[in-house]
Each structure stands twice: as structure tokens, then as C-alpha cells.
Design a protein around this ligand. Structure first.
Ligand SMILES: Cc1cc2nc3c(=O)[nH]c(=O)nc-3n(C[C@H](O)[C@H](O)[C@H](O)COP(=O)(O)O)c2cc1C
Length: 216
């Protein structure tokens, strides 16, 4: 396979300033709804990057589970690598790659834990097996075998056989509170459209978003 020859022209659309909602959350809503309507695979999957104490970044896919103008929420293990890194440096970056639509969205901001009540609400909506899975996995730690994982799953299944699985205190949500957004639409000849929204605070403390076109 000669990846030198992998080459697509991006022709599906364009993005101009007049298309943009002045509110980046509303613009997100338009693009996210469009991705869902177009049956893009896992439209709520985002790559979240964090930075470790040594300054090295690390990235992983997580699923967006709710969002509003306060931010974008995903759920995870609070002892995982990402959680440890967020504890030391709350600056994060998230990417939605809606490649079938030749679109990328970058969100920069800070991550904060959601309330235990919010995590519980989401946890209780998860299927029984996923709730058990949260108890079993000490996410990001080294384990000796898959067998051990499955054995622990069976133990938890027995322990919580009445179906009442409590929220583990090491599991919950993070909200990414955005400070910038960048909407990217692929165009012909690599002359892509990119618009960045940067958060500025107004005198009354409300958010004002400054929009700039970026070179591709
Ligand atoms: C499609 C997809 C969805 C995922 N969703 C989540 C998620 O919502 N939460 C999560 O903790 N991990 C999720 N993962 C697993 C993460 O990518 C990652 O392996 C895990 O969170 C451990 O990351 P860390 O060691 O960097 O903390 C998902 C992976 C894929 C490929």
C-alpha cells in the first residue's frame, strides 16, 4: 500500500463567516446535529488530550455524554492516567473528527469534575454490565491477565446481584469548560476554512467570543 498516493480532495462544503453563529455552543449544536443526522460513526466520540507532570501530552478517545453552555461532559475513572494528569494540570484539548463530513472541531479549555449528583444520574442510566465494569476496572493500571478482570467481573455480578450497583467513588464525570473553539471544514486544494472563537470577558463578566479566520 502506497500511502504517498492516498489523496482526497475535500469538496463537501465550505464555511464562511456568515454561516457562523456568534455563539460557539450554538455552532457546535449545528455541527453535532448534522453529524448525527448523517450517521457519522460515533458522532459523540472526541479525542481528549491532557498534559502530564513531565510536560508530555497524552490523548485518548472518550464519549461526550452531555453538553450545554457550561461545557462538555465525559465520564471516566478518577484514578486513570487522564484523571491524574488533570489533577496536576486542568488544561485540556478535545477534538471531534467528523471525517466523513471533512470536518474537525477543536475545543481548548479546562476540565473540572462534575458533581457527584450529576455523575450518579448518568451512572444509573448505564446498563447493569457497564455499571459493574466501572467497579471492576482500575483503569490505566497494569493487570496480569484478562482472566483476572473477568473473574472480578463475576465477583461483582454476585455482589450486586440485586441489580443495585452504587456509584464508585473513583468514577465520575469531567466537564470541559471551553476557552476556545476552532471549526475546520476541508476545502479544495488544501485551502480549508478555519474559524477560531476565543473567549474574552466583557465588563459585565459575560462571555464574549471573538471570531477570527485562520490560515489553513
Ligand atoms: C470509541 C471509544 C470510546 C471510549 N469512551 C471512553 C469513555 O467515555 N470514557 C473512558 O474513560 N474511556 C473511554 N474510552 C477508552 C479511552 O480511550 C482510554 O483507553 C481510557 O479512558 C484510558 O485512558 P487513560 O489511561 O489515558 O486515562 C473509549 C475508547 C474508544 C475507542
Amino acid at each position: 500500500m502506497d500511502i504517498f498516493e492516498f489523496r482526497n480532495e475535500y469538496l463537501k462544503g465550505g464555511l464562511s463567516r456568515s454561516d457562523l453563529d456568534p455563539n460557539p455552543f450554538k455552532q457546535f449544536e449545528k455541527w453535532f446535529n448534522h453529524a448525527c443526522e448523517c450517521d457519522v460513526a460515533e458522532p459523540n466520540a472526541m479525542v481528549v488530550s491532557t498534559v502530564g507532570a513531565d510536560g508530555a501530552p497524552s490523548s485518548r478517545v472518550v464519549l461526550l455524554k452531555s453538553w450545554d453552555e457550561n461545557g462538555f461532559v465525559f465520564y471516566t475513572n478518577y484514578s486513570s492516567r487522564k484523571a491524574r494528569e488533570i489533577a496536576g494540570n486542568d488544561k485540556v484539548c478535545a477534538i471531534f473528527a467528523w471525517l466523513d463530513l471533512e470536518r474537525q472541531l477543536r475545543i481548548g479549555g479546562r476540565a473540572e469534575k462534575v458533581s457527584a449528583a450529576e455523575s450518579l444520574r448518568y451512572f444509573l442510566s448505564r446498563p447493569f454490565g457497564s455499571r459493574l465494569g466501572a467497579w471492576v476496572s482500575r483503569q490505566s493500571s497494569v493487570i496480569s491477565s484478562r482472566g483476572l478482570l473477568e473473574m472480578q467481573f463475576e465477583k461483582m455480578k454476585e455482589k450486586f446481584k440485586n441489580g443495585d450497583v452504587p456509584l464508585p467513588d473513583f468514577w465520575g464525570g469531567y466537564r470541559i469548560v471551553p476557552e476556545s473553539f476552532e471549526f475546520w471544514q476541508g476545502r479544495k486544494n488544501r485551502l480549508h476554512d478555519r474559524f477560531e472563537y476565543a473567549k474574552k470577558s466583557s465588563p459585565d463578566g459575560s462571555a464574549v467570543w471573538e471570531i477570527s479566520r485562520l490560515a489553513p
